[in-house]
Ligand binder design. Structure first.
Ligand code: AMP
Length: 282
């Protein structure tokens, strides 16, 4: 595995790979790698000749009161996991490499970013789109892999790719969970044992709401109320949002039908977690 932190150096290698017709798969991450990240790497390795993983804790996607400083980092551990999972090139640029002093551009996708995390985290998706487009331009991937765990992010990136005629294919991969149902996240390590136990309410209540929908409950508000009540029953849970939307458009619907998304964002202590389930309702 090659470890590269210079944009120019990476672009030179990419040029050579492209000339020899290699298919490039790309997995952008903020590091502190877990099985969720590794599943994206696996997918990329199956589909492409070369897999490039980036690790960059992108400051512009964190709000002023968010957890940029507390975001977990473990370069040595990540290096080992990336190497063991068969990554060909690990790109780990510094902040000054990505955002030199005179950097003055941002990418904003409108509409779809007005809801869910976009509503609670002002400017978050501007930061995400800017860094992802910049990374796409450096890596020139044929395919890029994103997790359903951050479903809105994957949809926003797809919209950006369509609107700006990018040639990269955006692939969404399933959520990887702990055995107890907790969706894997780098942020899980920041929670106490008590908070981690409390956080199980997310997957549990989402699954229960899915069962209600599958068993004939069609009223969105009924399902939403159930989720809210269930999550509120957990003392340590501080709710940000609970939404039930069309899984493709992320639009609100009064009665559920087709592929629906049940998505939640909840704080446990200082840690904000997101989770979701997509289900097909006949
Ligand atoms: P992050 O490092 O948290 O920014 O995540 C990098 C990529 O990994 C994103 O596309 C995430 O959606 C994806 N990801 C994070 N957690 C999981 C998970 N539990 N299962 C699948 N993909 C995930």
């Amino acid at each position: 595995m090659k470890v590269i932190n210079s944009i120019i150096e990476l672009k030179t290698i990419i040029g050579t790979l492209k000339k020899s017709g290699k298919m490039i798969g790309f997995v952008p991450t903020m590091g502190y790698l877990h099985e969720g990240h590794l599943s994206l790497i696996n997918m990329s390795r199956q589909d492409n000749n070369i897999t490039i993983l980036s690790i960059f804790v992108n400051p512009t996607q964190f709000g002023p009161n968010e957890d940029f400083e507390r975001y977990p980092r473990d370069f040595e551990g990540d290096l080992k996991k990336a190497e063991e999972s068969g990554v060909d090139i690990l790109f780990t640029p510094s902040s000054v490499e990505m955002y030199p002093k005179d950097f003055n551009t941002c990418i904003e996708v409108l509409g779809i970013t007005d809801k869910l995390c976009g509503r609670s985290r002002t400017g978050h998706f501007k930061g995400v789109c800017t860094i992802v487009l910049k990374l796409f331009n450096i890596v020139e991937p044929n395919k890029a892999y994103f997790g359903q765990k951050d479903i809105q992010q994957a949809e926003v990136i797809k919209k950006m790719a369509r609107d700006l005629n990018l040639t990269v294919d955006i692939i969404t991969c399933p959520i990887v969970r702990e055995k107890n149902g907790l969706a894997m996240s780098s942020r899980n390590v920041n929670m106490s044992n008590e908070e981690r136990m409390a956080a199980l309410i997310l997957s549990k209540s989402l699954n229960e709401a899915v069962n209600m929908a599958v068993n004939g409950e069609v009223k969105t508000e009924k399902l939403r109320e159930y989720l809210i009540k269930k999550i509120r029953s957990e003392k340590l849970a501080d709710m940000d949002y609970v939404e039930i939307l069309d899984a493709e458009t992320l639009d609100y619907m009064e009665t559920v039908k087709g592929r629906i998304l049940l998505a939640v964002a909840v704080r446990f202590g200082k840690t904000r977690l997101i989770d979701n389930v997509i289900v097909e309702v006949k």
